[in-house]
Design a binder for this molecule. Sequence first.
Ligand SMILES: Nc1ncnc2c1ncn2[C@@H]1O[C@H](COP(=O)(O)OP(=O)(O)OP(=O)(O)O)[C@@H](O)[C@H]1O
Ligand SMILES: [Mg+2]
Length: 187
Amino acid sequence: MLGAEAIVSKGHLLGTVVAVKKRIEKKYRVKKLDDLLRRERTKSEARLLHRAKSTGVLCPVVLEVSEFEIVMSFVSGKRPKIIGKNVRDFGVLLAKLHSADIIHGDYTPANLLQSGSKLYVIDFGLGFVSQDVEDKAVDVFTMLRAIGNNEKMNNSFLDGYKSVAKDKAEKIFGRVKQVEKRVRYAN
Ligand SMILES: Nc1ncnc2c1ncn2[C@@H]1O[C@H](COP(=O)(O)OP(=O)(O)OP(=O)(O)O)[C@@H](O)[C@H]1O
Ligand SMILES: [Mg+2]
């Protein structure tokens, strides 16, 4: 499992199956800066995984953290399909994360794992904590774009989000429209 930033491998720790996410060196970056970035992202990802727990969102449990590596519980699952019921849940989970001001940073189905009827959120490597409407709107926008041009699916996702975020949703959805416009003009 080789992502852009990290190598995730399956391992064992004290008799349980674990996923080991190791941030790999980027040769094109100056070493000192690269080390600093990898160290910071590793720490922040572990912190966010921990913080996400308090929202009731399922995500891997952090078992060990070292300089460039997180050992976490292995989630046996696959990327969820873009179908109505799932998509609504994508919205519910994102709104729960946002209720604790957790911005995921790369919220797409590729960073979700479905295990039976359960959905797990993974990969908080680009995440951060923020109360900002703009940051939340960008998370919403990222998933809308990943879902594609399907009004029914888009609405399911937004409905799920709104079912948790309640009256906070409107302001965020309003900002999503601005983000959409900006992205359209930039392309
Ligand atoms: N806890 C876990 N349990 C099982 N599989 C995992 C776990 N964490 C990550 N994976 C697998 O490893 C892949 C890459 O993990 P992750 O998205 O965290 O890393 P990444 O380097 O950011 O990847 P990418 O750049 O592709 O998004 C995931 O898509 C998933 O298949
Ligand atoms: Mg990923």
